[in-house]
Design a protein around this ligand. Structure first.
Ligand code: AMP
Ligand code: DBH
Length: 556
């Protein structure tokens, strides 16, 4: 049975179809069409390996068949956690080809996050990597299987044995450079196998969140494919585009804005980088003559510093996209000045809405705004605390709905009641200004979230864990400004009695299985937390206080 999710109202569905946004096609067309049009073109460079479009299509087909033979069927779900390797896309398309709906966890996620996702979707399949600390031995795997009895099949990258993912994706076992080997060339998917319907859930995106538990974002073929196609056009991608994927491959930005999927749609090449480390990335840019990259501001800062001594490395770059967190105008100006290439600001969210500066915008617009939304059918409201629209030029809460913005998180009725208004607008939690010329500027944030160099931390998630520690009576997690990361996190602790140390609390959080980036960068002890007039923790007062006291009392 198709997965339940909050659909768009029928009149809007009609409108999105009539306008050609929703085309009733599965996202597997992305690879099929490019494989038909340019089979020999390089789709992916990954280390010393390279995959043509024909191979990407064939390998994903093979893996789909292998999974089908294992018993996986349309509307089953899968939990996937892979590093930045070509297999990520092989797996993505393979699952889509048989209608298995994946949750693509970030590689930095640990037991707690994976557990949450598994609890929400009840996956039948796990695809993960031995190189992840959680899957280095079979112990965590056994726990996961015990806790989630739906989980029947596991494929591990780097396993070497029968369950090895690389083997399952392979093409030519004799070639060590191939990503290869299940099924045979004659193997064809049976006619009853195929993607989920275009209006149904294709996969789940992850929310950075602002609540105690992570939320899943159901994305349909229709809506996601539209955002990818339109983004590829806005960014003028073509067969000559060579895109460096340096951010986590499953993140919405490098996946869809226009990201790897946009590049596959246009028939260009995706170059995989293990991460955003500047030296290694500059090497890859030079070697593969990369033309486009997507970065968060904190990475851009490091790249600019490193590239100073490597002018040759950035010569082929035409477009540097920056998004995920606020970019200062000073940093923005340096891209054109030092690298002589275009900058594009991207303000997006896994829930949907993506706003871009355009390639022909003048510099003053590109360095100071986050541009305009993808679609003429994106509806934007900027409202005050009472929900009344504010005039252009005034800051307010950003509300949005449109042809690729979700109408509800998956299986989260309570949170949906506050995250969406009565008209179905998503309350993004961002404070924005809409200028007279229609351009958006992100000026702040209303949601209780820390944006640590583009990685989002829901304050409540960490507070809930910390409050369970016996030495903690009260806790508040707040953002503190940081020159390198934009923001870091600080936990302000009111101890239950006596002392409690940062080392103890950090170790405790690690034991809970939470991702490293969510561990507070700093701990502060306080006698009490400041309260607002209505008795909530006054985080603004805390932030101001912390910003004024750069050092902490109990070590960092
Ligand atoms: P998520 O909902 O986890 O996908 O994170 C999306 C959020 O990241 C947005 O709601 C913003 O708070 C933030 N964000 C993304 N891009 C930008 C940007 N260019 N400038 C400022 N904040 C951004
Ligand atoms: O931060 C984000 O989530 C984001 C940033 C840029 C995003 O989802 C996107 C572009 O699509």
């Amino acid at each position: 049975m198709a997965l339940d999710f909050t659909r768009w109202p029928i009149d809007l569905e009609h409108r999105y179809r009539d306008r050609g946004h929703w085309r009733g096609r599965p996202m597997t067309d992305i690879v099929r069409l490019s494989a038909a049009a340019r089979p020999e073109a390089v789709a992916i460079h990954c280390g010393e390996r390279r995959l043509s479009y024909a191979e990407l299509d064939r390998r994903s087909e093979r893996l789909a068949l292998a999974l089908y033979r294992l018993g996986l069927r349309r509307h089953d779900t899968a939990l996937v956690q892979l590093p930045n390797v070509a297999e990520f896309y092989v797996v993505f398309f393979a699952l889509l080809k048989i209608g298995v709906v994946p949750v693509n966890a970030l590689f930095s996620h640990r037991r707690l996050e994976l557990d949450h996702y598994a609890r929400i979707v009840g996956p039948r399949l796990l695809i993960a990597a031995r190189q992840h600390p959680l899957f280095a031995t079979d112990e965590a795997l056994a726990t996961l299987r015990r806790d989630h009895p739906t989980l029947r099949h596991v494929l591990l990258l780097g396993d070497g044995g029968a369950r090895d993912l690389a083997a399952a994706c392979a093409n030519n076992a004799a070639d060590p450079a191939a990503i290869d080997v299940v099924g045979d060339d004659a193997g064809r998917l049976p006619t009853d196998a195929g993607p989920t319907a275009a209006g149904e859930v294709a996969f789940f995106q992850l929310s950075g969140g602002s609540t105690g538990t992570p939320k899943l974002i159901p994305r349909t073929h229709d809506d996601y494919y539209y955002s990818v196609r339109a983004s590829a056009e806005i960014c003028a991608l073509d067969g000559d585009t060579r895109f460096l994927c340096a951010l986590p491959a499953s993140h919405n930005f490098p996946l869809s804005s226009p990201g790897a999927l946009g590049v596959f749609h246009a028939g260009g090449t995706v170059v995989m980088a293990p991460g955003p480390e500047p030296q290694a990335c500059l090497d890859l840019i030079q070697r593969h003559r990369v033309t486009m990259v997507a970065l968060v501001p904190s990475a851009l800062r490091l790249w600019l510093a490193t590239a100073r001594t490597r002018a040759a490395a950035t010569q082929t770059l035409r477009l540097v996209q920056v998004g995920g967190a606020m970019l200062s105008e000073t940093l923005a100006r340096r891209v054109g000045a030092e690298w002589g290439c275009g900058l594009q600001q991207v303000f997006g969210m896994a829930e949907g809405l993506v706003s871009y500066t355009r390639l022909d915008d003048e510099e003053a617009v590109v360095v100071a705004t986050q541009g305009t939304p993808i679609s003429p059918d994106d509806e934007i409201r900027v409202v005050d605390d009472e929900g009344t629209d504010v005039p252009p030029g005034m800051p307010g809460h950003l509300l949005t709905r449109g042809p690729y913005t979700i109408r509800g998180y998956y299986r989260s009725p309570e949170h949906n009641a506050v995250a969406f208004d009565a008209d179905g607008f998503y309350c993004s939690g961002d404070i924005v200004v809409r200028r007279e010329d229609g351009r958006l500027q992100v000026v702040g944030r209303g949601k209780d979230q820390i944006n640590r160099g583009g990685e989002k931390i829901a304050a409540e998630e960490i507070e809930r864990l910390l409050i369970r520690h016996h030495a903690v009576r009260e806790v508040a997690l707040v953002a503190v400004p940081d020159a390198a990361m934009g923001e870091k996190s600080c936990a302000v602790i009111v101890p239950a009695d006596g002392a409690v140390g940062a080392v103890t609390l950090r170790r405790y959080l690690r034991e809970q299985g939470v991702a490293d980036y969510k561990l507070p960068d700093r701990f502060e002890i306080a006698d009490a937390l400041p309260l607002t007039a209505i008795g909530k923790v006054d985080k603004r007062a805390l932030r101001d206080r912390l910003a004024a006291t750069p050092s902490d009392r109990i070590s960092s």
